[in-house]
Design a binder for this molecule. Sequence first.
Ligand code: TYD
Ligand code: MG
Length: 258
Amino acid sequence: MKVSVIMTSYNKPQFVGKVLKAALNQTMSDFELLLMDDNSGPETRQAIAPFLSDPRVKLHVSKVKTLDERVRKTRYAVLINEAIRLSKGAYITYLTDDNLYHPRRLERMAAYLDDRPDVQIVYSASVTRYLDERGRIIRTVERPARSVTRMAPCAVDHCSVMHRRSILPEVYRRYGSFWDEDPRFYRIGDARFFWRLNQLWSFHPLPDVLDYNYITTTSLHQQMFSEQKPPLIRKLPPQKTCKELRDHLAGLQGHGGA
Ligand code: TYD
Ligand code: MG
């Protein structure tokens, strides 16, 4: 098996079908999609159902129920760590339930690693679109992929990375887990994982836009900055910041943080 796509999902009924469709409509076919659902409601489960006949899709539904269980650990990190254990691909890549892959994403990123045995991690450019409550685009931000970097946290998106499976044992040995489940990193769990990786390896650029990320009014990010914070957000511990992760890496690298 060439690639394992690890997708996390929780209550995005309007999006999850489109996301799965784009992920399965790839020019490359040698991959599995581990669909890690955090016990979503019936609307989301219905949206997922048509895709379960595809033999590449492997659905795992968590047993989490209460709000207290949802804030005890960074849920998507827990799901990803489980998926890593179940996965079989030589390359690992990530997907959230609000991100559309470019049709050639897996082909291009896997070829990049195939061609460069010394590269452990590749990242692509990405586009983030902010949507209002009616689904209209209100802001677009492009994240470029121009240079080899050890400053990936908060510069590279969760869904813009592919790495070799072979680096994972070293991550585990050094940090005691793959992704950090500490809920102080709920807002920036991807950045926290990249912070771990960047202490050991660089991210190498594939300059084309290969995924489209959507931030809706219900996404954690919007909710954390909104006036009326929903219960899940109010129960989270104070959140760590991008600056803390980036300053730490800059210190290790002996410069001011480019
Ligand atoms: P999301 O709401 O999209 O936040 P962001 O603003 O960071 O994009 O959630 C990120 C991921 O976390 C998404 O794939 C769903 C997952 N998730 C769970 O698995 N369980 C949960 O309880 C929550 C709130 C999110
Ligand atoms: Mg999201």
